[in-house]
Design a protein around this ligand. Sequence first.
Ligand code: HEC
Length: 146
Amino acid sequence: MEQSKKYLLILLVLVTAFTLYNFNIYTSETNYTTIRLSKKAIEGENIWLQNNCNSCHQIYGLGGYLGPDLTNVYSTKGKGEKLIKTIVNSAIKSMPKFNFNEDEKDLLVQFFKEIDQTGHYPDINATISKDGWVTIKNKTLENEKK
Ligand code: HEC
């Protein structure tokens, strides 16, 4: 085969593969759309946004870095609802004191509760054994298996 024809054929194959690949990515369904926050949780999210909590805190790693990531604060042992409700009005370390009433605290808790159900952050749990072998476990997948 003539050299230029060969290149043209390779180009054609690559363009076709690229097109099919993209078609597949953009048309295949994901299950993300099934996650919906309740009305209460959205009100909680509004409190979160209006008070700039995300200037210091992250959800799924996105946000400011003065305070800890709060994606799974609701389900973390020893934390959860009680800690959330106490900490927001108590001015601990560099966290400012807010004056939320019980209703507002409930809404915030609802927000944390619902985002907690969408996954884990950080998602991987890495353990290093004595021989230097690293085992990585994906927390969200582990939980889905249960
Ligand atoms: C100026 C920065 C700042 C802002 C704004 C802020 N926080 Fe914090 N927050 C912190 C810091 C720092 C800590 C860690 C305190 C500690 O370790 O004792 C914290 C801790 C927390 C914790 C406990 C987390 C844990 O894992 O122990 C919660 C829950 C929390 N903040 C919620 C909020 C909410 C809700 C808002 C908004 C209404 C908010 N924070 C706004 C800085 C901030």
